[in-house]
Each structure stands twice: as structure tokens, then as C-alpha cells.
Write a protein that binds this ligand. Structure first.
Ligand SMILES: C[S@@+](CC[C@H](N)C(=O)[O-])C[C@H]1O[C@@H](n2cnc3c(N)ncnc32)[C@H](O)[C@@H]1O
Length: 325
């Protein structure tokens, strides 16, 4: 069966394959199946792939992989935070996560991810739960400002929240372009700069999909299921996510005693040893695919140290709590 036309070009594919190797005969969980770009390349190198995605619209790509690799590919519709449950009793050698929105999701105006396309303010990857419109029309001005600041690192968050509350007093804000217009009117637009709604849309998407909680849970789930020598590769697309992944790997480094005058410092046992330092896309890839510009790959190899319990302390997870002052 032929591959369905995929508008999504996989990012850092060669580097990801490198970080996951050796692949022949290995069992790999692709926690962000998307258009199946990674899954296909991994299966082509002789591995068994378990694909996971929470977006039901990936089904045509799932069908194509299943037809081409009936013995080596299976799929579970699930959030990747539950990848340890999704694999059941199966042994796994490697896990890969390519966090973020796919080109398909951005291109489908009716999903509401893009401030460039007219569509409902939705942004739900799994198509259930609270939508972006629910947040935009339901949160207090303080909560909106805090959310846009914490998850979007938007310095004009208060001004944007105020403009949203003024806008929704006239009529509910239900449309992507309408929200983008309100933001642009409130904060202006720098010639040649990014669209002023970029950070607010990022913040809403993160909140709607619980993206930080999903990421941290997935990292610890991978740590739990991978045996010694197992590999984890994670591609992120903004600094807030990358900080979490970096600290997750760093937290488990050995810390040798820095001075002979100080008492022997307890040796922290490492849960991971790094494959390579962080990896960015080269100019050939970013020239071809501008989305790759913001991508960072981090990866590690599991040591034999017993897995940690899920926790967020020390990982720099941005905080937003409704009703906080
Ligand atoms: C950037 S795309 C992956 C593209 C893929 N690597 C490829 O080469 O085609 C990210 C995918 O991860 C999925 N996703 C994002 N967050 C998820 C989560 N928490 N659980 C499961 N899937 C998730 C999205 O629905 C999307 O399909």
C-alpha cells in the first residue's frame, strides 16, 4: 500500500535514528506517531515499532504503516504520558518523542491551532476536554494573564488579557483570526517580527493539551520501562520544553567531589548517560524545513539505577494555577 500524502516533514530524522541505534531487532515506542515519519524509518531499519498518538486523525498514516509492516508495526491510541500502560507486557528497547504540533494539525483550519487560518478556537489534539475558546471566554483576566505569561513567556501578557476580556464583553471570542486581531490591536506588530499572537497561541495550546504534565509523565514512564542500555530520544520545539528535558537528564548525573577540603560529597547515581549533547538541525535541513529551526534533540542511555518516581521538582516546569493571585 502506498503512503498517504504527508504534508509533515520529519525533523532531525537522521539524528534521531542515530540516537536510538542499534535498531535491528529492537522494539521501539514512537510516542508521537503523527504522520509516521519516524515510525516508518525505524521499521525500515529492522526494528519493531509501537506507535502512539492521541490524535484520532492520524489513522490513515497508521493504516499505511500497518499495511507495509504487518509483522513489525502496531498502534495504540493513547496520550504518551501513559506509554507504560499502552505497551502492556511488551519489552521495549527505546522510546522516541517528537513533541508538538504536526503540520497536518496546523494546516487543518478547523483544528484551530493556527492564527493564520480562520477556524474555531479549538486546539484539542485528542478532540475532547476544554477547548481554547473555553479558556479564552471563561478564565478571569488575572488567570488569562498568568497563563499567557507562564506558558507563552509573553511580556505583554497583562495587556493581552485585558484586551481579550474587553473583546469578549461584546461577544464571545470563538474564532482564531478574531483572537489574533484582538491581540494585534492591543500590542501592535513589529515589521519583520513574529506575529504578535504567536506566544498567546502557544500558551493556549499548552494549557488545552496539558503539554508539560504530559511530557514529564512520559519521561518518567520511559525511565520506568526501559532496561539498562535502553535509549530515549526527545525532540522539543521551544525553550520551556527543552529546559524540562535537559533537567530530567541532568538531574541524574554523577556529581564528583569538587574539592579535597570539603567532606566527601554523596555520589548521585545517574539514571541516564548522555548519547550526545543537545543536537540542532543543520543548515541544509533548516533551509528545506523552517520548522526545524527551533528543534532540539536530547537523548540518553538508561543505566541500571532503579527508576525514579514521577515528580516535577527541579525540572523547571512553568507553573499556572487557576485562581492564583
Ligand atoms: C510533531 S508530530 C510527530 C511527527 C512524527 N515524528 C513524524 O515524523 O511524522 C507530533 C504528534 O504527537 C502527537 N502528540 C502530541 N502530544 C501528545 C501526547 N501527549 N500524547 C500522544 N500524542 C501526542 C500529536 O497529535 C502529533 O500527531
Amino acid at each position: 500500500m502506498g503512503e498517504p500524502q504527508s504534508p509533515h516533514e520529519s525533523v532531525l530524522l537522521a539524528e534521531v535514528l542515530d540516537a536510538l541505534a542499534p535498531l535491528d531487532g529492537a522494539v521501539v515506542v514512537d510516542g508521537t506517531f503523527g504522520a509516521g515519519g519516524y515510525s516508518r524509518a525505524i521499521a525500515e531499519r529492522g526494528a519493531i515499532v509501537i506507535g502512539i498518538d492521541r490524535d484520532p486523525t492520524v489513522q490513515p498514516f497508521v493504516d499505511a504503516l500497518a499495511a507495509d509492516f504487518p509483522e513489525r508495526f502496531s498502534f495504540v491510541a493513547s496520550p504518551f504520558s501513559e506509554l507504560d500502560i499502552a505497551i502492556g507486557e511488551r519489552h521495549v528497547d527505546a522510546v522516541v518523542l517528537d513533541i508538538g504540533v504536526s503540520s497536518m494539525q496546523l494546516d487543518q483550519a478547523e483544528r484551530g491551532f493556527s492564527f493564520m487560518r480562520a477556524g474555531p478556537l479549538d486546539m484539542r489534539m485528542s478532540r475532547d476536554g476544554e477547548s481554547a475558546a473555553d479558556l479564552v471566554n471563561g478564565l478571569s483576566e488575572t488567570d488569562l494573564g498568568n497563563l499567557i505569561f507562564a506558558f507563552g513567556e509573553e511580556r505583554a501578557s497583562r495587556r493581552i488579557a485585558k484586551a481579550i476580556v474587553a473583546g469578549r464583553a461584546e461577544a464571545q471570542i470563538t474564532d482564531t483570526l478574531e483572537l489574533a486581531r484582538i491581540i494585534e490591536k492591543a500590542v501592535g506588530r513589529k515589521p519583520g517580527g513574529p506575529h504578535p499572537a504567536t506566544r498567546t497561541f502557544q500558551a493556549l495550546r499548552i494549557a488545552v493539551n496539558g503539554e508539560f504534565d504530559e511530557l514529564v509523565r512520559a519521561l518518567f514512564a520511559a525511565e520506568k520501562i526501559l532496561p539498562e542500555g535502553g535509549r530515549l530520544a526527545v525532540v522539543t520545539f521551544h525553550s520551556l520544553e527543552d529546559r524540562i528535558v535537559k533537567r530530567f537528564f541532568d538531574e541524574s548525573k554523577t556529581s564528583p567531589t569538587p574539592s579535597r577540603h570539603l567532606p566527601q560529597q554523596a555520589k548521585v547515581e545517574a539514571h541516564w548517560s548522555p548519547v550526545r549533547k543537545s543536537v540542532k538541525a543543520g543548515s541544509a535541513e533548516t533551509g528545506r524545513n523552517p520548522r526545524a529551526r527551533s528543534a532540539t534533540l536530547r537523548s540518553g542511555i538508561r543505566t541500571g539505577v532503579v527508576a525514579r518516581e514521577f515528580q516535577t521538582a527541579g525540572l523547571g516546569v512553568p507553573g499556572f494555577r487557576r485562581g492564583a493571585a
